[in-house]
Design a protein around this ligand. Structure first.
Ligand SMILES: Cc1cc2nc3c(=O)[nH]c(=O)nc-3n(C[C@H](O)[C@H](O)[C@H](O)COP(=O)(O)OP(=O)(O)OC[C@H]3O[C@@H](n4cnc5c(N)ncnc54)[C@H](O)[C@@H]3O)c2cc1C
Length: 437
C-alpha cells in the first residue's frame, strides 16, 4: 500500500453511487484512509428530477450541486476532469490531461455511456431528445417549448437493450399532464414504444401489479403502445419501428412525431471498455457477491456500471434497471467490505439489492417495493395514488439535502428503514460462521 497507515481509495464517478460511497467511506473509515473522488464533471446531478426539467417544472440548476466544497469539507480530494483509461494491472488510472493517479483500492461508479450511435438518427445529435443527463433534459425542455407552438404526434419510449424504464413511464405521463394543463392534449396523439414484452414489465418481469396499473393508466390517458418494439432508424419527423409478435413474425410501424424521447441502451464507459477480466464485452464491471471484481480483487463496482444478467428471455432484448436504493445498498456493502479488508479480514457483506421506487406522473404516480429487485421476491408490492407525486417531491428535497451535507445515511433514515423491515445488507452468510468456528 502507498502509505502503511493510510490506504489510498479512489472512487471513480461523482453521481449517485460515487458520492454516496465516498461519504459512507469517510464516515466508516474516519481519517484512516486517503479518499479521492474522480468525476468528469464538477457537479452532482439528481437524475430522477430530469423528467421535471424536461417539461420546465424544474430548472437544471435546481437539481445540481457543486461537489468541490462538499468534498473538501469531508477531506476528500476532488479531481473533476475524468479518467481517460483505468490501468488495473498497474493499480492506477490515466486522467484526461495525461496525469496518472495511483490507488490501493478503486471503487468504480461511472454510470453508463449512452449508446445513441447504435441506432441511426437516435439521440440529441439526431432527431430524438434525451432525459438521461440533466443537460440533455434542459435541451429537451427547449425542444418541448418549440413543439408546443406547433403541436403534433409524440412518441416516448425506450430502444432495444434499454434497461431504465421507470423514467420512460414517468416522462410519458408527465408530458401528458403538462399538455392537458396547456390545453393542448387534444392536438397530440401519444404513443409509447418499448422493447418490454408487456407494459409494466420494467426489465424486472413486473413488480406487484405494475402490468395492470400501467396499462390502465395508459388507457385512461389515451396513450397507445407498441411492446416488443425494435427501433430500426429515426429520421426527421418519423421513426421505423419493428414489432416482434409472440408468434415470431414481425410488423413494421412508421410512426410520425413532432417530439420524441427514446431512452437509449447503455454500455460501459470508454475508460473501461475492453479491459479483460474487469468488464464484460459490453463494458460493464464484473463483480462477485461482495461487489468485488474477481480478476482484480482491489477493485469494486456499484451502480449502473455493473454487469447484471437480464431477467428471463424476451423477444426483444431488455436490460435490468439499477435503481437508487439498490445502488445505495451496493455502496454500504462496499464500505463494510473495504473496512474489513483494510483491517485484514475477509469481506463478508452482501447488498440486498432491494428496489424502492416512486414513479411520478405529475398528478399521481406508482410506488413499488421489490425485495430483492430480481425475482423471485419476498416482497413484491406496488400501489398508486396522488400521494406518490408529493412523496417524490419530498424525496428529491431530502436526497439533495443529504448530498449538500455530505451524508450517506443519516441515523433517522436507518431507523425508519429498519422499522419498515428494509435493509441494505443481507444477513451474514451462515457459511462464514461455519468457516470461522
Ligand atoms: C432520467 C433518469 C431518472 C431516474 N429516476 C430514478 C428514480 O426515480 N428512482 C431510482 O431509484 N432510480 C432512478 N434512476 C436510475 C438510477 O438511480 C440513476 O441512474 C442513478 O443516477 C445511477 O447512479 P450511478 O452512480 O450508477 O450513475 P450516475 O448517477 O450516472 O453517475 C455516474 C457518474 O460517473 C461520471 N463519469 C462518467 N465517465 C467518467 C469518467 N471517464 N471519469 C470520471 N467520471 C466519469 C459521470 O459524469 C457521473 O457523474 C433514474 C435514471 C435516469 C437516467
Amino acid at each position: 500500500m502507498s502509505d502503511h497507515h493510510r490506504p489510498k481509495i479512489v472512487i471513480l464517478g461523482g453521481g449517485l453511487g460515487g458520492t454516496t460511497c465516498a461519504f459512507e467511506l469517510r464516515h466508516a473509515l474516519g481519517d484512516s484512509a486517503e479518499l479521492t473522488l474522480v468525476s468528469d464533471r464538477p457537479r452532482f446531478s439528481f437524475l430522477p428530477s430530469n423528467p421535471w426539467v424536461a417539461v420546465g417544472w424544474r430548472k437544471a440548476d435546481e437539481v445540481q450541486i457543486e461537489l468541490a466544497p462538499i468534498l473538501a469539507h469531508k477531506h476528500i480530494t476532488f479531481i473533476a476532469h475524468g479518467a481517460e483509461r483505468v490501468e488495473p494491472m498497474l493499480n492506477r488510472m490515466r486522467l484526461k490531461g495525461g496525469d496518472h493517479l495511483d490507488y490501493d483500492f478503486l471503487v468504480i461508479a461511472t454510470g453508463p455511456e449512452l449508446a445513441f450511435d447504435e441506432i441511426p438518427g437516435l439521440g440529441p445529435e439526431g432527431y430524438t431528445v434525451s432525459i438521461c443527463q440533466t443537460d440533455h433534459a434542459r435541451a429537451a425542455a427547449d425542444a418541448f417549448e418549440r413543439f408546443c407552438t406547433d403541436p403534433g404526434p409524440i412518441v416516448i419510449g425506450a430502444v432495444q437493450g434499454a434497461s431504465c424504464f421507470g423514467p420512460v413511464y414517468e416522462f410519458l405521463m408527465i408530458v401528458d399532464t403538462e399538455l392537458r394543463r396547456r390545453k393542448l392534449r387534444d392536438k397530440v396523439p401519444m404513443t409509447l414504444v418499448t422493447p418490454e414484452p408487456y407494459v409494466g414489465h420494467l426489465g424486472l418481469d413486473g413488480i406487484g401489479d405494475t402490468k395492470s396499473m400501467l396499462e390502465s393508466e395508459l388507457r385512461e390517458r389515451q396513450i397507445k403502445w407498441v411492446t416488443n418494439a425494435r427501433i430500426k432508424h429515426v429520421a426527421q419527423g418519423s421513426m421505423a419501428v419493428e414489432e416482434v409478435h409472440p408468434q415470431g413474425y414481425t410488423s413494421l410501424h412508421d410512426l410520425p412525431f413532432g417530439y420524441a424521447m427514446l431512452l437509449p441502451a447503455f454500455r460501459g464507459i470508454p475508460a473501461l471498455m475492453g479491459l479483460e477480466g474487469l468488464v464484460n464485452p459490453r463494458g460493464f464491471v464484473l463483480i462477485d457477491e461482495y461487489q468485488r471484481n474477481p480478476a482484480y480483487p482491489n477493485i469494486f463496482g456499484l451502480g449502473v456500471c455493473v454487469a447484471i444478467p437480464p431477467v428471463g428471455k424476451t423477444a426483444v432484448p431488455v436490460g435490468v434497471p439499477k435503481t437508487g436504493f439498490m445502488i445505495e445498498s451496493m455502496s454500504t456493502a462496499i464500505t463494510q467490505n473495504l473496512r474489513d479488508i483494510i483491517n485484514a479480514r475477509e469481506p463478508s457483506h452482501r447488498a440486498t439489492w432491494n428496489a424502492i421506487c416512486l414513479a411520478d406522473f405529475g398528478d399521481g404516480g406508482v410506488a413499488f417495493v421489490a425485495q430483492p429487485q430480481i425475482p423471485p421476491r419476498d416482497v413484491n408490492w406496488s400501489a398508486e395514488g396522488r400521494w406518490v407525486h408529493y412523496a417524490k417531491i419530498g424525496f428529491e428535497k431530502y436526497f439533495m439535502r443529504k448530498i449538500r451535507h455530505g451524508q450517506a445515511e443519516p441515523a433517522y433514515e436507518r431507523l425508519v428503514l429498519q422499522a419498515m423491515g428494509i435493509n441494505k445488507l443481507l444477513p451474514e452468510d451462515p457459511r462464514d460462521t461455519i468457516t470461522a468456528a
